[in-house]
Write a protein of this length. Sequence first.
Lengths: 364, 364, 364, 364
Amino acid sequence: MAGNSIGQAFRLTTWGESHGPAVGCTVDGCPSGLAIGEADIQRALDRRRVGQSKVSSARQEPDRVQILSGVFEGHTTGAPIAMVVYNTDAKSSHYEPIKDLYRPGHADYSWDAKYGFRDWRGGGRSSARETIGRVAGGAIAQALLATADMQILAYTLALGNGSGVTGDILFAENFDEAEIERNIMRCPDAAVAEQMVERVEAARRSLDSLGGIVEVRARGVPPGLGEPVFDKLQADIGKAMFSIPAIKGVEFGEGFGVAALRGSENNDPFVRRPDGGVGTASNRHGGILGGISTGEEIIVRLAAKPPASIAQPQSTVDRDGNPAEITVHGRHDPTVLPRLVPIAEAMLALTLADHLLRQRMARV
Amino acid sequence: MAGNSIGQAFRLTTWGESHGPAVGCTVDGCPSGLAIGEADIQRALDRRRVGQSKVSSARQEPDRVQILSGVFEGHTTGAPIAMVVYNTDAKSSHYEPIKDLYRPGHADYSWDAKYGFRDWRGGGRSSARETIGRVAGGAIAQALLATADMQILAYTLALGNGSGVTGDILFAENFDEAEIERNIMRCPDAAVAEQMVERVEAARRSLDSLGGIVEVRARGVPPGLGEPVFDKLQADIGKAMFSIPAIKGVEFGEGFGVAALRGSENNDPFVRRPDGGVGTASNRHGGILGGISTGEEIIVRLAAKPPASIAQPQSTVDRDGNPAEITVHGRHDPTVLPRLVPIAEAMLALTLADHLLRQRMARV
Amino acid sequence: MAGNSIGQAFRLTTWGESHGPAVGCTVDGCPSGLAIGEADIQRALDRRRVGQSKVSSARQEPDRVQILSGVFEGHTTGAPIAMVVYNTDAKSSHYEPIKDLYRPGHADYSWDAKYGFRDWRGGGRSSARETIGRVAGGAIAQALLATADMQILAYTLALGNGSGVTGDILFAENFDEAEIERNIMRCPDAAVAEQMVERVEAARRSLDSLGGIVEVRARGVPPGLGEPVFDKLQADIGKAMFSIPAIKGVEFGEGFGVAALRGSENNDPFVRRPDGGVGTASNRHGGILGGISTGEEIIVRLAAKPPASIAQPQSTVDRDGNPAEITVHGRHDPTVLPRLVPIAEAMLALTLADHLLRQRMARV
Amino acid sequence: MAGNSIGQAFRLTTWGESHGPAVGCTVDGCPSGLAIGEADIQRALDRRRVGQSKVSSARQEPDRVQILSGVFEGHTTGAPIAMVVYNTDAKSSHYEPIKDLYRPGHADYSWDAKYGFRDWRGGGRSSARETIGRVAGGAIAQALLATADMQILAYTLALGNGSGVTGDILFAENFDEAEIERNIMRCPDAAVAEQMVERVEAARRSLDSLGGIVEVRARGVPPGLGEPVFDKLQADIGKAMFSIPAIKGVEFGEGFGVAALRGSENNDPFVRRPDGGVGTASNRHGGILGGISTGEEIIVRLAAKPPASIAQPQSTVDRDGNPAEITVHGRHDPTVLPRLVPIAEAMLALTLADHLLRQRMARV
């Protein structure tokens, strides 16, 4: 009820605050016999870690994960898998002066309205450090998906310009998968990636931040995953994506573009695939029809807002409603995009792992 | 696990197929003492009913609801509220000739891939008639929200042109709330509504269909609703909206537009409201920060694809993968927008009712 | 949260009041492809129906079930199965005079304390008619279990004497399975059954009621069902059994008798079974170890209290706490045992069906 | 689905194996603002700790708890509370020689049947060390209940004699609450406690173990807790109790004794209480009617089997079904009763805390 878990069959629970002793998670429902180790989790965490590049926050956390349960002799046992990452570089002093002010664009006020008070140190539970648990759990989900030959891939598709003009957004124009992990923007277009880095640096210099779009894909998803009514595959993926901080829009396949299409244009004709199975000639539907996977690639796009923490003065109020000016210091990212990539992958992996298991119960 | 329920505290389960004996739902978790009657539910169902206008399907269903439990002497008792609507105008003969063909854009193939076979009559469980249960349940949710002075409002914001050019979409330009229920498009701009009707009729004449955008708003939502991590208010609303057939995109507040903004532009400054409370000077965030409502208006937009059922020949395959041509007869809508309006309202109401109850457990 | 559903993978929701228009249920999560029809459900309902014999209530309800969804051409489709039984013989006039009095042993007071008011007609939601939905859902569960060669069997093991002396309870001494459905007590010992009937008739003549014990068994349960910590098989069965009205005690295998045993006596030695598998030489454990089925017969016993509705005057209070005398007229059973038999079978079947499906997710 | 969580509103998840790095738990759904600290948890853990006395196992574990999240400045924040206890005294060498043998009365075989293999060190996930998470979570539940003036109390009611004769069981005859924590049996009758200790020592000397009965009570429970159908208060308590290792029977109030009573004897008359509220003149019902608390004391009894780990040779089979003799060394309790007391209290507290929160949603 308090919403710190996601998934029904493959279920992740995260816990921990930015400046508490540790952050972590529990994965419940992972089948027994899956080969997994701390190195697999660590590799995933290293991809989301801060302090990676000049486009990211300067907080230095090694983020070393320990598996505390559920794995024996290199394999999952069917018992819950608890994982912990201790916080080592928390600097609460940055937050002390502004603990009674509401940072614009942040959860400070709404959290107070809900709970009466909050752990204000580093954003507390609302910190991006909460996503460590997601990425750790997602690594296990990805290992499970790999046993069924599914792969997840995400990348920075577009970066805003800060002009407020939609047409000016920088979009990746070429897609070179190998390029993604080679540049710090995780953009599949090397040339565009360079321009993106320049924009991010300019935003940082002007004490500002930029939004953008991440695209996530799943390949090898068998047809039949997803439940046809409320737990449609796009509904559960949609929820997973909207649970990531900073996401303001989610779309599948043609997405908002369908508003401009006729049915005769938008429908993807069914065809016999070379392997004899059924497929579609095009993939405007984005891999899901009627809430159930079709076997085509699942395609999701996420709109990420510019990070709310900016180092320039903003007007706000304090807890009592008195007007105030606030300047948010601390170590913040001028864009979340590169770090959003592994988080979005984790959320898609978690959702697909859940539905992969649930699908086992569909037929007598 | 099979996904026919939504909500945790206020929980709706729907059941029923398009051409089965009936469709219906159960609402579990509605508090005792809420004044409600069949007339309240009927009013809501009448708004979503087909056969309402020249822009909708010709199937003639009275959709008379019966409350079978959970209400005594005009008030809810705390027991589950079961509601049923019998199907009276099902014509399965339209579907018999195409029962082994996969209709493009529909759930036929993916349902077969999941379950091995399906009730092919009228789309079976995947029919839009399933949404009757949503609207019936949503009417109870709205009654509950009304006790806390919350209102839900939806309308057709935009209709596609079928040209495939995004820039050509017809958007409502003026907002006159009173206008919404006066025109058959449920568009708040009377002049634009007229143009929309012309487009829909043209699409019908060319045996085609059109997509568009619906906007949904909630007013009077108290700050504090939503759970801060996976059950963020936008995550649960996002899931609810993506569970509606035909929805390919969902966005909040500025939505995908945030990709173009700087943090300094996008952050909404906190201010003291005239009533002494805390609010924001603008509402680009769409009423939710950190997954928790802020007290500002909640604003959601949904992209609806053009209905997949079109009366022109399309290429497809049969169950064995053999190429075939299909023409989908039956009584279909050339656009879902006007009927999507009450469904979207219902889904937002259900989600808010759920979180309104859950919020009661936030503090000692 | 409001507790009208049970099961996670195979999930039953019941609804309906004794004197409302109908009672019914929805089964969600039943796999597709299970052969089932109204006749299967009806047969189960006929076994629990009132008015069957001189040891049961005189209310005459045909209890005709209709399947409203989820079954197509004789098989489940994977969609939720809604079932309804209309109430036809409700006589609320018996309850009108006592609607403001709290019947001893009933839920009247505690329901008022919870919800503020109640549907007082025939016990409302707390009526034994609620169990119609359980038996209907249980019939589907039993059909699913039968596909895996599991059988459920229950019977009256013991009937109280009303003397308050435990040693005087009448226990079945011989076990003849064929006898169970031949006598109105559903006791596997024909001679004891006769004595039981005499006792029940004597209790009815003295305007009183009797308690007793029902035993339930499951055969053919494969080893491996149940989850090892909170959802131990005995925990979920225990919950299912304690959710039946009138049950005050539940025990497995040796049950409370284990308190008198040494470990060396109580442990069942493991042996190789004739079929090569592993079994136990004795079955004091009752078919479950560590919360997981062992493959041995599951054995559960339920203690049922004497029905609270008795036709003699009792002292009580009214809603305002004023002392009063109450005589509960209406048509009541002097013992619940024979009707408890199919209800207990249903609850065990529902729980095993749930764990049978859940077990599919245990291994990679 | 994998059953490592319990509770819906107040939800505990435990994780960890006997000889893994640590055991722990997460409490999700605890309201904000509850005063709690590590000392409160530690006090509860110290009560369940092994190595406490001559009637308990010799494993020496300090069981120091750390709160890793969810508490800020001495109060819960509404975020999940993660707690960890590192294992320090695990001696897996005792288990190595018997890792391929199935210990009679243990989960070894059924776990293998479910998952294909198991962490055999010290019982792995099936170890009593799993209950550390329950007691830690229960301590928070008790703190929450205390804010509503509820108290939980458990004690050893009876110890078996090992003769197999039920009539020979040693029952506490006098009830002196202050005595409970004074003797190592946690029995409220000092004289009987002495006899119990003698029996336990005799059992240990003969390399055997003894069963018994624990009684648990809750006082100050307001009327209205519990949901009337499947989540009856006794159903959820019953599940919680049956989830404790070694429990073979659970009963409420008169329990199995109701089988011997007439309705006229068993019904508790309602009366006006001195404070003006409604109560019952007697409490045979054990504090719950119709699944909902009445305000009377809740009374539950648990039958605990004699511990399965005994140091004498037993006959069994190995993983391949080959006959074998096994002697279980290690550090085991000849009776679980004294340590069962705090565990049973924790499970009752967890269940009541859950229903206390759920009750907040019962009325508009």
